[in-house]
Ligand binder design. Structure first.
Ligand code: GLU
Length: 501
């Protein structure tokens, strides 16, 4: 049987990176086994629907390079892939469970439900819920006569359909990551399957769709583990074979203390969403990883390692390599601490390995650079090993585009003096008549100038850097001279000599 997995987000806001990791693991697992990766939009909770969220999810997947094989945009043979477009089909399944005595109608009003909870609290029930015991005191098709139920249904009284949780039973299932799980049904409640607005709940729609879409493996976040016993019981109740389950460990805050939340990320100053998100309700704009300068392949590599390990020291994996190496049994059981420094490290590694021509093209498209293409390529070449984000070519490398007007004060104090100025002046006089110079020739020229009275290179280098860049550190100086050109370099040296007198 070919592998079919789904990523099933609810469009209740921007996709959190935890969600993107779930999508990624589903994708990797599908591709590894020559299977199908499906996107299903679970939008049955109309109250939580957020406009723009579905498009956001699609765009985020596309940016990450893990677009679905079947989904609301591209279709497929098991569609529709948006639950609100499937709403007609769920009722019959709920009805099927009622007919089999595995679900029932409940007519309790919100006030009656509150009273029930109060009553149970007073009787010192730790976890007051609508369950195999309390349902006997409630208004449902298990306690009311057949005629009364029929009459209430005919009169259009609002009702829900609840699952009839078996009283004393153990639900057992094997999770691929957590191994055997056994839960007693005495701890579970009679979950609502159909709501009074005629929409299915997540539980019913999710199970029916996973069955109809022939899902073989459910790979999802650990927060869904408490729902899994009910899901297993629903498969049993329908007489369907349940898919295999793999519940992924949580993403934790950097200190390992609790779940990684948007609040925690905001406080610590890093993104939590893959792309910019403009919250339509609060109007708040959250910056995404993309807009913060993360390359999609670097980000995906980083995300893959958050909770999974290849069992070797290798850290850099292309998407193809990830597909090849990925396996569910190397997913960790414990939560994964989120480390933004590691994300930056991956970005650095990927930038370093990108072609300078390609990066220069991206830079030109994003910034209004009035420098010719070949020079931008050389600048990227000089900078790319030293930066975390491509934008730093322009910020940290501002001196390539604009002559420095300020000079690092500490270096001025420590390294600038008349002797240095005199040497640099001789160097600039040599430079200014040249049209171009290579880094090697620049070095040789400087050495020749200095050799006249035996001054060491080390003595003038900090001052030269100061004159050319304004700063104390940066890429190779001779490369800088070659990129700026001998004339501009000479002008800068003259300017520094005049300014720092
Ligand atoms: N709609 C659920 C969510 O928002 C899906 C959970 C599942 O994969 O079963 O995450």
């Amino acid at each position: 049987m070919s592998v079919r997995v789904r990523f099933a987000p609810s469009p209740t806001g921007a996709l959190h990176i935890g969600g993107l990791r779930t999508a990624l693991y589903n994708y990797l697992f599908a591709k590894k086994h020559g299977g199908t990766f499906i996107l299903r939009i679970e939008d049955t909770d109309q109250g939580r629907f957020v406009p723009g969220a579905e498009d956001y999810i699609l765009n985020a997947l596309q940016w990450a390079g893990i677009s679905p094989d079947e989904g609301p945009k591209n279709g497929g043979t098991f569609g529709p892939y948006r639950q609100s477009d499937r709403k007609e089909l769920y009722f019959d399944y709920a009805q099927q469970l009622i007919d089999a005595g595995k679900a029932y109608y409940a007519f309790d009003t919100p006030e009656e439900l509150d009273e029930m909870r109060e009553r149970l609290k007073e009787a010192r029930m730790a976890n007051p819920q609508y369950n195999a015991i309390s349902r006997n005191q409630m208004k449902n098709s298990l306690t009311l006569s057949e005629e009364e139920v029929a009459q209430r249904l005919n009169s259009g009284e609002p009702y829900v359909i609840r699952f009839k949780m078996p009283k004393h039973d153990d639900v057992r299932f094997k999770d691929i990551i957590r191994d055997w799980i056994v839960v007693s049904t005495t701890t579970l409640d009679d979950k609502v399957l159909m709501k009074s607005d005629g929409m299915p709940t997540y539980h019913l729609a999710n199970i029916v769709d996973d069955h109809l879409m022939k899902i073989t493996h459910v790979i999802r976040g650990e927060e869904w583990l408490p729902s899994a016993p009910l899901h297993i019981l629903l498969y049993d109740a329908f007489g369907w074979k349940a898919p295999e389950f793999a519940h992924l460990p949580l993403l934790l805050k950097p200190d390992g203390n609790g779940k990684l939340s948007k609040r925690a990320a905001d406080q610590l100053g890093f993104p939590i969403f893959p792309l910019n998100w403009n919250d339509p309700e609060s109007g708040e704009l959250s910056q995404g990883f993309k807009e913060s300068g993360y390359l999609p392949d670097a980000f995906i590599n980083f995300l893959a390692m958050l909770g999974w390990n290849p069992g070797t020291e290798q850290e850099i994996f292309s998407l193809e390599e990830l597909i090849h190496t990925f396996s569910l049994d190397r997913i960790n059981k414990s939560g994964a601490k989120f480390d933004i420094e590691k994300a930056k490290w991956f970005n650095q590694q990927y930038l370093k390995n990108r072609s300078s021509v390609g990066l220069a093209g991206t830079l030109k498209a994003e910034y209004d650079l009035r420098t010719d293409d070949a020079t931008v390529v050389s600048i990227v070449d000089a900078m790319k090993e030293r930066i975390t984000f491509l934008s730093e070519v322009v910020t940290h490398g501002d001196f390539f585009f604009n002559a420095p007007r300020d000079f690092d004060e500490t270096t001025v104090k420590k390294k600038w003096n008349e002797e240095v100025a005199a040497k640099l002046n001789s160097f600039s006089l040599e430079l200014k008549d040249l049209d171009a110079i290579s880094p090697e020739d620049a070095k040789q020229l400087l050495e020749t100038v200095l050799a006249k009275d035996g001054t060491g290179l080390g003595k003038v280098m900090p001052g030269l850097r100061l004159a050319l860049t304004g700063a104390a550190g940066g890429p190779d100086l001779m490369q800088i001279i070659a990129i700026l050109g001998p004339k501009v370099s000479a002008e800068r040296i003259e300017f520094a000599i005049n300014t720092l007198k």
